[in-house]
Design a protein around this ligand. Structure first.
Ligand code: AMP
Ligand code: MG
Length: 300
């Protein structure tokens, strides 16, 4: 966690505390969390905050037609991504786990949440973005005009830099060698999902942690990473995961029709950016020599 608050240093500790508190409440591995209880019992009382997060997360599942699915947890577990005991699951285990996946079966009812039998949820795809939103909201209410938060690849900015200029946010190179580019923003979330962030190798194949809920396998479609830039941290976080699952063509069509965000798609041989970033994205390193394609909304 990296947090900078300008003009009000005392809020640093408060911001940090808030993030740790949210993490504790949402963690699937901390057995005392609301989400762990929900997964254990199939039903749990939830605070209004958690209920509001679940509502927003489920709306994103709907909006992405299940490319994002917070009930994919049994599949994530079958691959060992929660325990670190990585393995390619047996096909039969994958089929069993997939049968439990369907975000439409999560029910929210004023103060309580319930799942269908065997179902489990995992908010890993949206929790950091949500936590960022909450911290920025708290800072804004307290009169902060300039702050920057980096939660391991999730960057969220409140306002501009103290001198009034834009923040320059680096987008990591999926191959681990520094940055693929930088983007200039203010008052935005810049959130990346990539297969390079968590993966294991078996028999020469690489398997990463972002699962296509339709197949139960790590999404494999040519995308190395997707960065989503927009106003809402939770939306950018959910969408970056979802667009990574959709793959380049579907993701670009989605952007064209939805369009309340900008995105950077990094592939093996090129980078595609949406037109709102044409003036603010700068490719770096080996990407500076590659083709950067700009996707326009009205292009046929
Ligand atoms: P992110 O880093 O935001 O892209 O989130 C990735 C995490 O979300 C993974 O580590 C899993 O815990 C979980 N996850 C993986 N695939 C999906 C999916 N298709 N929908 C929702 N959550 C997912
Ligand atoms: Mg995400």
């Amino acid at each position: 966690m990296e947090l900078a608050v300008y003009g009000s240093e005392s809020l640093l500790a408060e911001g940090e505390e808030l993030i740790l508190d949210i993490e504790q409440r949402l963690s699937v591995t901390d057995s005392s969390s609301e989400i762990a209880e929900l997964n254990r019992n199939g039903k749990a009382a939830v605070t209004s905050e958690t209920e509001s997060l679940l509502e927003k997360a489920l709306a994103l599942c709907e909006r992405t037609d299940g490319a994002l699915d917070i009930t994919v947890y049994p599949v994530v577990r079958a691959w060992g991504f929660t325990t670190g005991e990585y393995k390619v699951p047996e096909e039969i285990d994958l089929i069993d786990a997939l049968a439990l996946v369907d975000y439409r079966k999560v029910k929210l009812d004023s103060g309580s949440a319930s799942l269908s039998p065997g179902m489990q949820i995992d908010l890993g795809s949206v929790a950091k973005g949500w936590a960022g939103d909450k911290v920025m909201e708290m800072f804004r209410q307290r009169g902060v005009e300039s702050a920057l938060l980096n939660l391991g690849g999730n960057v969220q900015a409140l306002g501009s830099k103290p001198d009034g200029s834009s923040w320059r946010v680096g987008v990591r190179s999926p191959s681990g060698d520094g940055y693929a580019g930088a983007v200039e923003i203010s008052d935005k979330a810049v959130i990346t999902s990539g297969g390079y962030q968590r993966f294991f190798e078996e028999n020469g194949n690489r398997y990463h942690h972002i699962i296509d809920p339709k197949t139960g396998w790590p999404a494999s479609n040519g995308l190395l990473s997707v960065t989503v830039i927009g106003d809402s941290g939770i939306a950018c976080d959910g969408l970056s995961t979802a667009l990574f699952v959709m793959g380049p063509e579907r993701a670009l069509t989605f952007w064209e029709t939805q369009g309340d965000f900008e995105a950077i798609f990094i592939m093996e041989d090129k980078v595609v950016i949406t037109d709102g970033l044409a003036d603010s994205f700068e490719p770096l390193g080996k990407y500076a020599d590659m083709k950067v394609e700009v996707q326009y909304r009205d292009k046929d």
